[in-house]
Design a protein around this ligand. Sequence first.
Ligand SMILES: NC(=O)c1ccc[n+]([C@@H]2O[C@H](COP(=O)([O-])OP(=O)(O)OC[C@H]3O[C@@H](n4cnc5c(N)ncnc54)[C@H](O)[C@@H]3O)[C@@H](O)[C@H]2O)c1
Ligand SMILES: O=C(O)C[C@H](O)C(=O)O
Length: 348
Amino acid sequence: MTASILRSALRRSGSSATASSYFASRGFASAPSHERKVAVLGAAGGIGQPLSLLMKLNPLVSRLALYDIAGTPGVAADVSHINTRSEVKGYAGDDQLGEALEGSDVVIIPAGVPRKPGMTRDDLFKINAGIVKSLCEAIAKYCPNALVNMISNPVNSTVPIAAEVFKSHGVYDPRRLFGVTTLDVVRAKTFYAGKAKVNVADVNVPVIGGHAGITILPLFSQATPKANLSDEEILALTKRTQDGGTEVVEAKAGKGSATLSMAYAGAIFADACLKGLNGVPDVVECTFVQSTVTELPFFASKVRLGKNGVEEVLGLGPLTHFEKQGLEALKPELKSSIEKGIAFVHGN
Ligand SMILES: NC(=O)c1ccc[n+]([C@@H]2O[C@H](COP(=O)([O-])OP(=O)(O)OC[C@H]3O[C@@H](n4cnc5c(N)ncnc54)[C@H](O)[C@@H]3O)[C@@H](O)[C@H]2O)c1
Ligand SMILES: O=C(O)C[C@H](O)C(=O)O
């Protein structure tokens, strides 16, 4: 987001004020009150940089720690000149990870390699599983009470990896671990609004399951505002949402995967976590968490966020025959991705 886009957005919003009030006026954040530290791990990357920018614009953040293996001094110096609330510090390399994490309320993890055309998210497991494991070991040591927002793929496996690492350190609290599936919701909303010809700002669509291919299950039967879409249109919207990541990977033709839309989605989800921590009532987002909603140990569904993270994992609501079929079809793949993550931590 360039300064001019932000300025014109501010003009459109009728505001003469700052970026902070721009986001606040859109419900992006509630008024600043508490001191909150947010750490971004992988902050110099394609997602990390715009996400760091968006977190710098969030008035709920008082301290922003930007960590990567390299490149963070520059990103932090750049972002730190923005005249918003948070104090920004950059940290580079293993020996600065502890300091970056200490005192964090929310840790966002977009560290790891992205897909190239022809790859599945699971193809990233070999590299990203190890990265996520070592970062979570540091979280267990330096900020075991933080809410962890896992963006690194494959989310269906990296979240179980994080859970096992935290368990092995005796600090696992299922209320504090989240797979970020907000981009699936963002896409479902955008695609639905286009097809249903309704104002995108009014649209809500729950997306359940996981975050890869058919494990992404948008529930368009519960979308609001209601629209009379045909079965073919629902099928096409479902497929487009499931393939949204691949659509971007192919368009970028070897230069990575979604970064800007993901930064937006990551900022929305982190903001929801901060609002929950700050006691704002009725904060509900879809996210991949430990769950008993199905027989699978982790599952994405609507979750109410509160002062301790997950306050309530909400049920799926009524599903159509098509959605029930989608739910049954996704279970074997999601189950095996979860098991793969768990096995990785135990050396199997
Ligand atoms: N959950 C989602 O919806 C979603 C959406 C888009 C991308 N992703 C995933 O996010 C990840 C990052 O994507 P990207 O496009 O930003 O990739 P990128 O390669 O541009 O950036 C990744 C960053 O991680 C850093 N990194 C690597 N190892 C690290 C470590 N041990 N500690 C800290 N930082 C480390 C790299 O130095 C790099 O700066 C990928 O795994 C991608 O698949 C998830
Ligand atoms: O598709 C990818 O590999 C990145 C991400 O998971 C996405 O949904 O955009």
